[in-house]
Design a protein around this ligand. Structure first.
Ligand SMILES: Nc1ncnc2c1ncn2[C@@H]1O[C@H](COP(=O)(O)OP(=O)(O)OP(=O)(O)O)[C@@H](O)[C@H]1O
Ligand SMILES: [Mg+2]
Length: 259
């Protein structure tokens, strides 16, 4: 018959074995997490480069077709240079993220960040029947890694434009501040979001822009809002949406002020 002491020794051994397995599993999880992060960041870079390169490519094609139009050619070159600069900043920021480096936040003027986004978007919204209304106090600043919050706003603006094509509509960007936060609202008068879809739109790879259903491009990747949420969460802020099918949507980003 096994003595109590032998039973205790065997129990201790099993416990030690389990602890060893546990710590091996934990380190495997950490490695997988690091790989998953790299996957996410690679997707993010590809997605954001696509956002930037599509308008640059369109502009360049237009300039090539009209080589004698000096104004157009010059504009295309300026926009290309601006987009390249932004692309470099996005790459740097993503690579720092992959490396686990802390990125410097600073107080950035929101209106300036938004003006830069519209320059990179190149295509004039008015040509698509979209009126842009920006109501942001000149002095309003946000505490942010500037290139990252520009990514968020660029994705919201592109989604708003998609939602309003081909009919056109109004894109409104408003911002206000309270004692401890800054709130930015991006509103469109587009197709709106079905209530069934609302709970899924921030999920990675959720998209309704499939098989040519979007008037602006063949398909969406369903990554834009997932990245927006990731970035806003990393800023300690929050992102929410209110939408009515056939009427439009408002995305609200709230960012904390430094205490
Ligand atoms: N302003 C909006 N109006 C209507 N639907 C929207 C709006 N913004 C997002 N959506 C819905 O949420 C889905 C997910 O948006 P998300 O930006 O993540 O991906 P996507 O635009 O489909 O593709 P991409 O990765 O290229 O941005 C969209 O496919 C669309 O159905
Ligand atoms: Mg999108």
């Amino acid at each position: 018959m096994t003595s109590i002491i032998e039973k205790r020794v065997s129990l201790h051994k099993r416990l030690a074995d389990h602890e060893e397995q546990n710590s091996a599993l934990k380190s495997q999880i950490a490695q997988l997490q690091a790989l998953a992060n790299i996957g996410t960041i690679t997707n993010m870079i590809a997605h954001e480069m696509n956002n930037l390169l599509t308008p640059v490519g369109n502009y360049a094609t237009l300039a090539m077709k009209n080589p004698d139009d000096q104004v157009l050619v010059e504009k295309a070159l300026i926009r290309t240079a601006q987009s390249c600069e932004r692309a470099t900043k996005i790459m740097e920021s993503m690579l720092a993220m992959a490396d686990g480096k802390r990125q410097e936040k600073k107080n950035a003027h929101l209106i300036v960040l938004i003006e830069e986004i519209f320059m990179c978007l190149c295509r004039d919204f008015a040509k698509d029947g979209i009126t842009v209304k920006i109501q942001i106090p000149e002095e309003l600043t946000v505490w942010t890694v500037p290139v990252q919050i520009q990514q968020v706003l660029m994705n919201l603006i592109l989604n708003a434009r998609d939602a309003m094509l081909p009919r056109g509509g109004i894109l409104q960007i408003k911002a206000s501040e309270s004692n401890n936060s800054v709130k930015v609202e991006v509103t469109d008068t587009g197709c709106g979001i079905e209530s069934n879809d609302l709970e899924n739109i921030f999920e990675t790879f959720f998209t309704t822009k499939r098989d040519g259903s979007s008037p602006s491009r063949d398909s969406g990747s369903g990554l834009g809002l997932a990245f927006c949420k990731k970035i806003v969460d990393a800023h300690g802020g929050c992102i929410s949406v209110e939408s009515k099918p056939a009427e439009g949507s408002t995305f609200t980003v709230t960012l904390p002020k430094p205490q």
